[in-house]
Each structure stands twice: as structure tokens, then as C-alpha cells.
Design a protein around this ligand. Structure first.
Ligand code: FAD
Length: 503
């Protein structure tokens, strides 16, 4: 027996859920298929031993209440449209960077406070620092004044062009530049340029030279406008609210339901075949899986296979979830930290440590007197493939590696090793297994210097098959995949004859 819906979405990551929620609210019947028993993918939470851990993402943009602030404020606008509330707590520091030679920078919400830290260490670069960060502000200023929509939708482009012709042209020109190119035009100090590379690497896992200026114009500017806000109850509150929105308007999310294949007839996607048997037929099929998992697995026609080297495959992660005695985290300690001990290794596997302790903002995520800590470094499946997943060797190797990461983190949190009371480890294999992401990759990246517009949009080579999520424009990050969901929903709604209003 086949089920029918206007739209079927493969995957309840933030990209898939956002697309589904907006289409369902517009009156299209929508069915989301999620292999896991929980929504959110890389932006989900899990409970263990009384703790709630963020499985992946924990730095969130897009939640300002003030529409004059924040790049598009996508989360706030979407939840307002859905009539669903997601209370958040403002985080005063986006990331606290700890680098070699005592170079230590907390990125305060107040931009002047942040820039003062840089001016103090690099007084000779004050002008260049100002010019670089002001250039990002100018990109931000353009982006925050244009409505979100699909760049493949001619009517949207025409509307934006007519409303803001100069800003649209200026944005088009800025897509030609990289963040690193602009930095190097203004700044010469090698240590400062390394910091700027790290500012890029922190979310793009690429250096500044490889990162489009336009993406940096959101991530490095909006933190000082809309700010960074943490959802009460942890990262899982975001997908939970999207599911609530979908269901409120009559849509469905089927958990524990894996899509096996996109059904294609005469070159057009007409539905999805499920792993456990059964089919869902629909006018539009949307894949929230990665480009490799979509075109090398869900679509079996070899003509659509992703050519080797078309994208740079970002690494995956080795992750640690720790329950720790609260006394190890001093009062005033920031939530998010990035730690680099050696500049020559920062972009090698395991070279940069990412740390977050969201219980600093929301103590309800841990038992009284405890903190929940998430610690991770880049990693590849190849580092772990020689072990049998069930073997004691695999467990002890994970444990040993985890202990080295904890011990390295003692540089910012002395006594951490002794404070650990609960530890969960996850290799790239775990990430791959849970989320059906090839090699557990963070996703496809552009080649250095490639124009950001070369990132795939939502249409695919298969008619009626669309894509949303971090394989599509603008890329990785929760706010980015939310944008991709808005763009995908806008395009599909236009195709199905009932366009969305701007958010
Ligand atoms: C460790 C880590 C830390 C991060 N930190 C941050 C951060 O602080 N801030 C930030 O903004 N971003 C962060 N990110 C990035 C961000 O989480 C991701 O870019 C984003 O959540 C990806 O969303 P998505 O919708 O593209 O895909 P995913 O999250 O991968 O979701 C895809 C969903 O589809 C499901 N699926 C796949 N195939 C099938 C199938 N065949 N059938 C059914 N279901 C299927 C998967 O189970 C999954 O639920 C982090 C990511 C990681 C891994």
C-alpha cells in the first residue's frame, strides 16, 4: 500500500524539518521520514545518567526578538509563523579562543569589547582590524536587509532586485571574494591572520582563504547583532519545536522510518521506497541527506553519481560527552571554548579542541552540582576502521584517546580529568551510523577560491527531487541549513502553485 502526500521529506534534520514546516503551514500535506527515533540530526540532544547532552550543535544564531537586529532572525521568524515558542538564554560570549603564546580572546556580544582585545595585542594593526571587521559588517548589512528566498526563483530575484537594486548588485560582487583575501588586504601580522583563519575554521573547518566572504558576513557579524542564544532545555528544543509546528498544521513526522530509494519514473521523482517496505508517493521529494548519500545511495541511477573530487569532503568528529563535578568549572567561565596549542597543527585531525558546557547557561541539563560538557575534535573514519566495534580494543582505544583530549583541555580547566563522573564517546563511525552521513562527514565544502554560488542550490538533476541541508547553499551550520530549508520550501511552493509569503 502506498501513502500519498504533496511533499515527502527524507530526514528530520533542521534542513528537512524547516522545509516541511513552512510547506505544511502553507497548506501542502507533508510527510517527513526519519530513520532515528528522534528529530534534529546533528542538532539533537540525548539523555544519559540524568544529563542532557547536545549531540552536535550548541552555538545558535537567528533567535533575536528584535527584527531590526540579527541576520534575518530566521528561527524567531519561523517559530513566530508556526506559533510555537522556543525560549532562549542569551550567551554573552560566542566563543572564547585560547591560542599559543598566551593569545586569549573571548568574542563578546559587544563588538567593541571584542575588538579591544585584538587592538591590545596588535596595536600596530588597529586600522586593518577595523577595516576587516567593518567589511564583514557591510556584508551583514546587505544580507540582513534582503528577504530570504530561493536564488533559483527568478520571481524572488526580480523582487529583491527591484526593492534593493544597489544592495543586490553589491552582494553579487561580494560573492567574488574570500574572507581570507579581504583579511590579507587589510592585515599583515601573521599571528593575527592565524586567528582569522581560526575564526573561519571554527565553523567552516576551512581556513579563511577557502571561506566565502558572504558566509563570514553572517557568522562573524550577526553574533554582535542578533547574538548567540541557547534554547532552554538544550539543542533538541529546536527540532522538537519544528516537529510541533509540522504536526500543528496537520503534517506528520514518521520516526524510525528509513528511506531506501527515491522512486524515479521517466526521469522524474515520484516518491520514496521505505527500507522496511512500503512507498510514499508525492509531487515533490526533498532529500535532507548529504549529496553523497542522496546521489550515491537513494538515487540508484549511476548517471547522477557525484563525481570524485567534485566537493571537498569535510572530516568528521571524535566526540566526548562528559558529566563532571560542577566545582571544576569556575564562576564566570564561558560556555564555548576553542583551544589550539600549536598553530602548525590546528587544522590537522585532532589539532583543535572544541569545548562547550551549556549547563553554565541552563543548569537544568545536569543533576544538581554537576555540569554537562561536550568536547570534540576533527577525525576520520579511517582512524578507527581497523577496530571491531564490539571489541574491548575499540573501547579501550576510544577511552585512551578521550583521556588525552581531557588532559589537553586541562590547560583551560585544571582538574578536569579527576572531575569526570560520566563519559560517552563517539567516533566518526558513530556519527555515520546515526545520521547516514558518508564517513560521518561534516558535509561537502567548496574548493578553495570557488564562488559561494557554486554551492548546489535546492534543485537537483532529477526533476521533482530537491535538496535541503548542509550539502546545499549556503552550507554547514544550523542557521545555514535553516536558510536552505526556507529557500527549498519557497522554491517548491512556487512550483506547486502556492508561493510562500516572505518571513
Ligand atoms: C559536533 C558538531 C558540532 C556542531 N556545532 C555547531 C554549532 O555549534 N552551531 C551550528 O550552527 N552548527 C553546528 N554544527 C553543524 C550543524 O549541526 C549542521 O550543519 C546541521 O545541523 C546539519 O543539518 P542538516 O539538516 O543538513 O543534516 P543532519 O543534521 O545530518 O540531518 C539529516 C537527518 O536525515 C536523517 N536521514 C538521513 N538519511 C536518511 C534516510 N535515508 N531515511 C531517513 N532519514 C534519514 C538523519 O538521521 C538526520 O536526522 C555542528 C555539527 C557537529 C557534527
Amino acid at each position: 500500500m502506498a501513502e500519498h502526500a504533496d511533499v515527502v521529506v527524507i530526514g528530520a534534520g533542521i534542513g528537512g524539518l524547516t522545509t516541511a514546516a513552512l510547506l505544511q503551514e502553507r497548506g501542502f500535506s507533508t510527510l517527513v521520514l526519519e530513520k532515528n527515533r528522534f528529530p534534529g540530526g546533528s542538532c539533537s540532544a540525548f539523555r544519559k545518567g540524568g544529563y542532557t547532552f547536545d549531540a552536535g550543535a550548541s552555538v545558535f544564531y537567528g533567535f533575536s526578538d528584535d527584527d531590526a537586529k540579527g541576520t534575518l532572525n530566521l528561527h524567531s521568524r519561523i517559530f513566530r509563523k508556526l506559533g510555537v515558542e522556543v525560549p532562549t538564554i542569551p550567551d554573552p560570549v560566542q566563543i572564547h579562543y585560547h591560542m599559543p603564546n598566551g593569545f586569549d580572546v573571548p568574542v563578546h556580544y559587544d563588538q567593541n569589547r571584542f575588538l579591544e582585545c585584538l587592538y591590545r595585542r596588535f596595536p600596530h594593526e588597529k586600522e586593518g582590524i577595523m577595516r576587516f571587521y567593518m567589511e564583514l559588517e557591510s556584508v551583514y548589512d546587505i544580507l540582513s536587509s534582503l528577504p530570504a528566498g530561493s536564488l533559483e526563483d527568478i520571481l524572488h530575484l526580480a523582487a529583491v532586485g527591484a526593492r534593493q537594486p544597489l544592495k543586490a548588485i553589491s552582494l553579487g560582487i561580494k560573492t567574488l571574494f574570500s574572507m581570507g583575501g579581504v583579511a590579507r588586504r587589510n592585515i599583515h601580522d601573521e599571528e593575527l591572520l592565524r586567528f582569522i583563519d581560526l575564526e573561519s575554521y571554527a565553523w567552516a573547518v576551512q581556513d579563511a582563504q577557502s571561506t566565502p566572504l558572504v558566509n563570514a558576513g553572517i557568522c562573524l557579524a550577526d553574533r554582535h547583532h542578533g547574538g548567540i542564544n541557547y534554547p532552554v532545555g538544550g539543542s533538541g528544543a529546536i527540532p522538537a519545536a519544528l516537529v510541533k509546528g509540522i504536526e500543528k498544521f496537520g503534517g506528520r513526522v514518521l520516526f524510525g522510518t528509513e528511506a531506501e530509494q527515491v522512486i524515479i519514473e521517466d526521469g522524474r521523482a515520484v516518491g520514496v521506497r521505505l527500507s522496511g517496505g512500503g512507498e510514499v508517493l508525492a509531487q515533490a521529494v526533498i532529500s535532507n541527506a548529504t549529496v553523497w548519500d542522496t546521489f550515491d545511495k537513494l538515487v540508484t541511477d549511476q548517471r547522477h553519481k557525484v563525481p570524485e573530487g567534485k566537493f571537498v569532503k569535510a572530516p568528521s568528529w571524535f566526540q566526548l560527552y562528559l558529566g563532571v563535578d560542577a566545582s571544576v568549572i569556575p564562576k564566570g567561565f564561558n560556555v564555548h571554548h576553542i583551544l589550539v596549542e600549536d598553530w602548525s597543527r590546528y587544522d590537522e585531525l585532532g589539532g583543535t579542541i572544541y569545548f562547550s558546557a551549556p549547563t553554565v547557561l541552563d543548569p537544568s541539563l545536569a543533576p544538581p552540582g554537576k555540569h554537562a560538557v561536550h568536547l570534540f575534535v576533527s577525525a576520520e573514519t579511517s582512524q578507527w576502521e581497523s577496530y571491531d566495534r564490539q571489541s574491548p580494543e575499540y573501547r579501550s582505544k576510544k577511552d585512551e584517546y578521550a583521556r588525552t583530549l581531557i588532559s589537553r583541555t586541562e590547560r583551560i580547566l585544571p582538574g578536569l580529568s579527576d572531575a569526570v563522573e560520566l563519559m560517552v564517546t563517539a567516533t566518526p563511525q558513530t556519527h555515520e551510523r546515526y545520521l547516514n552521513r558518508l564517513d560521518g562527514s561534516y558535509g561537502p565544502l567548496l574548493h578553495p577560491g570557488q564562488n559561494v554560488l557554486r554551492k548546489p542550490q535546492n534543485r537537483t538533476p532529477v526533476e521533482n527531487l530537491y535538496a535541503a541541508g548542509d550539502s546545499t547553499f549556503p552550507g554547514q551550520g544550523v542557521i545555514a541549513v535553516t536558510y536552505s530549508g526556507v529557500s527549498c520550501a519557497s522554491y517548491v511552493a512556487r512550483q506547486l502553485g502556492r508561493p510562500l509569503d516572505y518571513l
